[in-house]
Design a protein around this ligand. Structure first.
Ligand code: SR1
Ligand code: MG
Length: 413
């Protein structure tokens, strides 16, 4: 194919005119296409291409980190892994991710379904909007992708081949290893934080026990290839209407711990929760409780779905029926033990994600949109302290309801 070249609004119609997957959905005359670049993430170009017959999304990787500039190169091959992640997620949880129409490896480009009237969930949470069915959708997505991407269900040779395939996605996990698991806990070059947080940050960095627990979580993240994780499942990676949601943007895909995605997801709901006092008026308490209900329900749906899949789809090499059910024995204690490890990993990742979004590179709009730092800092402090509590007590927390109770406590501090 032609050598890679980043698309622009101007060049896209001419360069993609021969792609039938695009023309058949938008219209055959590229002269009639309208192109808008709407990427608001940290890494890629995202175009909406509209024509007389419809709209599609054209997503193209840039050879550098968009947030930082060309001083930080980033391999284009990440689009290849994103494409393969989307196909696996679509198979493991049908309808949960946008349909892919076309992939061009040389151009690091994916053409996919335009979701409408979906918007980024983070914006809805900041605006105080509700999404019906959100917890059920997310709980099922996390459980299905976790279970069906693991040796609980996948044939072992297929799983190993997949682990080997995604092991080629090197630079992207390295971002998570640094920005999420390491940089918050020392004075790293790209860090930034809201003025006023210095005493809290000093407290976190002085806590050797905390750093040990974070390193243990990192060790599991880099060396435990239990399942294919989305790898960046925050509220900016979910698009919703008032009653429908999809998961997007799996370019941080890798094989990792079963509890990684749900842990990161819960962190982003908790940050939405802690930031609400700056965004809401009279409806503050009601809306904060709705966010907590989403956390609790997502986790209970995850657990119910995981147990259901355990009973109905446990066909892999792990905890085989031959060792349990076929001998008239109940495998529930084994499932309980797997879930206990999932939650231990999830709550540690949750706390770590709560730290990195306030301390390292790439903060989130929930807090960043609070212009007055005197308002923002105390809200971020609650979030940071609760994150530390989650990391310390990850192995002993009863359930998501206990996490919600903790959030209410820290929200009052
Ligand atoms: C340099 S990339 C920064 C962050 O953006 C992505 O969305 C991931 O969350 C990553 O950590
Ligand atoms: Mg992203």
């Amino acid at each position: 194919g032609t050598a890679y070249e980043a698309l622009t609004v101007e060049t896209l119609p001419e360069r993609l005119r021969g792609v039938s997957a695009l023309a058949s959905r938008v219209g055959n005359d590229p002269g009639a296409w309208q192109v808008e670049e709407v990427g608001d993430g940290n890494l890629n170009l995202v175009f909406i291409v509209s024509g007389p017959s419809g709209k599609v999304i054209v997503k193209q990787a840039l050879p550098y980190v968009r947030l930082v500039g060309d001083s930080w190169p980033l391999p284009l091959y990440r689009a290849y892994f994103e494409y393969h992640a989307l196909t696996r997620q679509a198979a493991r949880d049908p309808g949960a991710v946008p349909t892919v129409y076309h992939f061009d490896e040389a151009q690091a480009l994916i053409i996919m379904e335009y979701l409408s009237p979906h918007v980024i969930l983070r914006r809805k949470l900041i605006a105080g909007e509700h999404v019906a069915g959100l917890a059920a959708f997310l709980g099922r997505f996390c459980a299905r992708t976790a279970f069906r991407g693991s040796e609980l269900s996948m044939p072992s040779p297929e799983k190993k081949a997949d682990v080997a395939l995604f092991a080629g996605n090197v630079e992207i996990p390295a971002i998570t290893e640094a920005l999420v698991f390491t940089d918050p806990y020392f004075d790293a070059e790209m860090n930034s934080h809201t003025e006023g947080l210095e005493p809290v940050i000093a407290r976190l960095r002085a806590d050797v026990g905390l750093k040990v627990k974070v390193q243990q979580a990192l060790q599991r993240f880099v060396s435990n290839t239990e399942t294919m994780v989305h790898g960046d499942l925050h509220s900016g990676s979910i698009m919703s209407t008032d009653s429908d949601s999809r998961v997007i943007d799996p370019e941080f895909v890798q094989y990792g711990p079963l509890g990684f995605d749900i842990g990161m997801l819960c962190a982003n709901f908790l940050m939405a929760y802690f930031s609400q006092p700056a965004h809401r008026g009279e409806d503050l308490a009601t809306y904060q409780e709705w966010i907590l209900s989403v956390i609790a329900d997502t986790c209970s749906v995850f657990e119910a779905e995981f147990r259901d899949l355990w009973r109905s789809e446990r066909t892999g090499i792990l905890y085989p029926q031959t060792l349990f059910e076929d001998q008239g024995q109940d495998s529930t204690p084994a499932c309980d033990a797997v879930l206990a490890e999932i939650w231990r990993d999830a709550w540690a990742v949750c706390g770590i994600e709560m730290h990195r979004r306030c301390l390292s590179l790439a903060h989130n709009a929930d807090f960043e949109d609070i212009a007055d730092v005197r308002v923002r800092a105390p809200l971020e402090a609650r979030n940071l302290l609760m994150g530390a509590e989650l990391i310390h007590s990850a192995a002993t927390l009863a359930d998501a309801k206990a996490v919600c109770a903790l959030a209410r406590d820290f929200n009052r501090k």
